[in-house]
Design a protein around this ligand. Structure first.
Ligand SMILES: *[C@@H]1O[C@H](CO)[C@@H](O)[C@H](O)[C@H]1NC(C)=O
Length: 275
């Protein structure tokens, strides 16, 4: 705009020079002064426009400055967000590493956890009798399952390989007759009995005794089945009718499983010599 005005001023001065050099004719002078007036008006108008344009410039500059401030603020915010995200990502990576470590430890634990399960049948082709005055350790000779080798089929004892909770169960059968119509069976833990079951069958038919217990065992604790003195159970080698089974439900720490209480070892049947 300034350049245009300068050009106009230059043109104007040239016109003045020209009119001065070109004659003195009155009509010519009138034309020239009219033109001069028009040119002056034009210059005034252009000046006005220039002022307005300066004002526009100022407003534009202010807007630009405001925009720059905004952009700077946005850039700062963006930097902050980036930093926050970096921290977040770092934290997530750390968390992920911790989780992976835990999973690894759990996998290790699962792999290391002992696998214990057994089932054995008496493996006798008929009755097993306890002597009149002696309890008999029942030996379930016919091993069906013995993962972990914790059951000894020579002694009939199961020995807990780790501290934990085990599910121990048994089923025994007998065919009753006039001389044997009471059945008794005991589950022993560490040489003391935990459970005694009895059955009375006056119809001289087949009778069963069966049970299952969750037992908390220390490493090395033993569990076995005992036939009280004078009692009888039966089996059939093919049918595996009388069986002893157990499996580890879960190993556990002292914190998870405090010491188990030891139950009494006497029973009314012992006290009265009930037959
Ligand atoms: C079973 O017990 C007997 C007698 O104590 C022992 O000789 C044998 O080695 C044991 N068997 C196993 C597999 O531990």
């Amino acid at each position: 705009m300034r350049a245009a005005i300068s050009l106009l001023v230059l043109l104007l001065s040239m016109c003045v020079v020209q009119t001065e050099s070109q004659g003195t004719d009155a009509s010519t002078q009138l034309d020239v002064s009219t033109e001069l007036k028009e040119l002056r008006d034009l210059v005034v108008e252009l000046k006005g426009r220039l002022v307005a344009s300066d004002a526009d410039d100022l407003a534009m500059k202010q807007r630009l400055a405001a925009s720059e401030t905004k952009v700077e603020a946005l850039e700062r915010a963006l930097q902050d967000t980036k930093a926050e995200m970096r921290t977040e990502v770092d934290n997530l990576k750390k968390e992920n590493a911790a989780i992976e470590k835990k999973v690894e430890a759990l996998e290790k634990e699962v792999r290391a956890a002992p696998k214990v399960a057994f089932s054995a049948a008496l493996g006798e082709s008929g009755p097993v009798l306890a002597k009149r005055n002696d309890d008999l350790n029942l030996v379930f000779k016919k091993v069906i399952t013995n993962v972990g080798d914790a059951y000894n089929s020579t002694t009939g004892f199961f020995t807990a390989p780790v501290r934990g909770v085990y599910y121990i169960r048994f089923t025994v059968i007998d065919e009753m007759d006039e001389n044997h119509y009471h059945m008794f069976i005991r589950l022993y833990k560490n040489g003391r009995w935990l459970q005694q079951l009895l059955e009375y069958e006056s119809n001289m038919e087949v009778a069963y005794l069966s049970s299952g217990l969750a037992l908390q065992l220390e490493q090395g604790d033993t569990v076995n089945m005992v036939l009280p003195a004078g009692r009888r159970v039966s089996d059939s080698t093919d049918d595996s009718r009388s069986t002893f089974s157990g499996f580890l439900l879960f190993p556990c720490s002292y914190a998870q499983c405090p010491n188990a209480t030891v139950p009494p070892t006497t029973h009314w049947a012992d006290q009265f010599g009930w037959d």
